[in-house]
Design a protein around this ligand. Structure first.
Ligand SMILES: Cc1ncc(COP(=O)(O)O)c(C=O)c1O
Length: 290
């Protein structure tokens, strides 16, 4: 019998579809022991994996840069994803692909790898659904350092910030450095609009190079909106006309309130959100998973 708290959904673990208690990796896996894992979270629209190739590229590059064994090939991961979509009959979902450093000592060394899918509905921020998204500043100073640009499973700092957001009943917590620079959300990148210009913290701050962030920066150029990558201090953000957050699951989310202050506008954020939705629509129609 499956304990009630274990999800019954299908997972692909190192080549096999399993459910509940069967979903496990070895305690000798360095991902399980020491948090040596990397992952990608992507959104599936009507069985279409949006920006699949970019997610896989980020995963494979991170594995190479961090000296992990070679992950399963993109074609094999794609088969895993398709098998999971089939197994649970899902069309709109959130997929997570996790790759660990694996069990040491084997020759050749192999990553641990699992793929999982969750129905989209449970994952959307209430503010992303209803248009009234809200965020706070995390109270714990955060220094991402040189590893902040990787999406690793060593996520305690991000999860503690997410818990702060949950406790405050808001959608997201914004991470701020000891020097007062606003960096990113616990699971999202950050943009501000001041005097009509869009600003987002530079990658040099150690933030995650979000794929949605990159898409929004490119869209600003297409729409003729000035977008600068430069540090944003907390005080500047608190006084911004607009603030919006981006991630692959939530898309582009203009905030209604930040740290309890109602933001005066959402015009540019809404415009970029609409452009992003249109790009998704085009990709889904055209079958383009770039
Ligand atoms: C810390 C952090 N920043 C930014 C993002 C957004 O990245 P992407 O747009 O690639 O989903 C995420 C995604 O989960 C994240 O965890």
């Amino acid at each position: 019998m499956r304990p009630a708290h274990l999800p019954a959904r299908a997972l692909w673990v190192d080549g096999t579809i399993v459910r509940g208690e069967q979903a496990m990796i070895s305690l000798f896996d360095r991902g399980a022991r020491d948090g040596e894992g990397i992952f990608e979270t992507l959104r599936i629209y009507d069985r279409h994996a949006f920006q699949w190739r970019r997610h896989l590229e980020r995963l494979v590059l991170a594995a190479a840069e961090l000296g992990f064994p070679v992950p399963p090939s993109p074609a094999r991961l794609r088969e895993a994803l398709d098998a999971l979509l089939e197994a649970d009959g899902l069309r709109d979902a959130v997929a997570r692909i996790t790759v660990t450093r694996g069990v040491p000592g084997g020759r050749p060394t192999r990553t641990g790898c699992w793929v999982e899918l969750e129905p989209l509905a449970g994952r959307l921020w209430s503010g992303a659904r209803g248009g009234g998204a809200s965020a706070i500043f995390s109270r714990r100073p955060f220094e991402p350092g040189a590893l902040g640009r990787y999406k690793t499973t060593s996520r305690l700092a991000y999860h503690l910030a997410r818990e702060e957001a949950r406790a405050a009943r808001v959608d997201e917590a914004i991470l701020v450095s000891g020097a007062g620079e606003a960096l990113e959300g616990a699971v999202s990148n950050l943009f501000a609009v001041r005097a009509g210009g869009v600003t987002t913290p530079p990658l040099a701050c150690g933030i995650l190079p979000g794929l949605t962030r990159a898409t929004v920066i490119a869209t600003c150029a297409e729409l003729g909106l000035a977008c600068r990558e430069e540090p944003l201090d907390r005080a500047a953000l608190a006084a911004a006309d607009e603030v919006f957050l981006t991630n692959s699951v939530q898309q582009v989310v203009p905030l209604a309130t930040l740290a309890g202050r109602a933001l005066p506008a959402r015009v540019i954020g809404e415009r970029l959100a609409a452009a992003y939705r249109a790009a998704v629509e085009r990709a889904v129609q055209g079958g383009d998973e770039a």
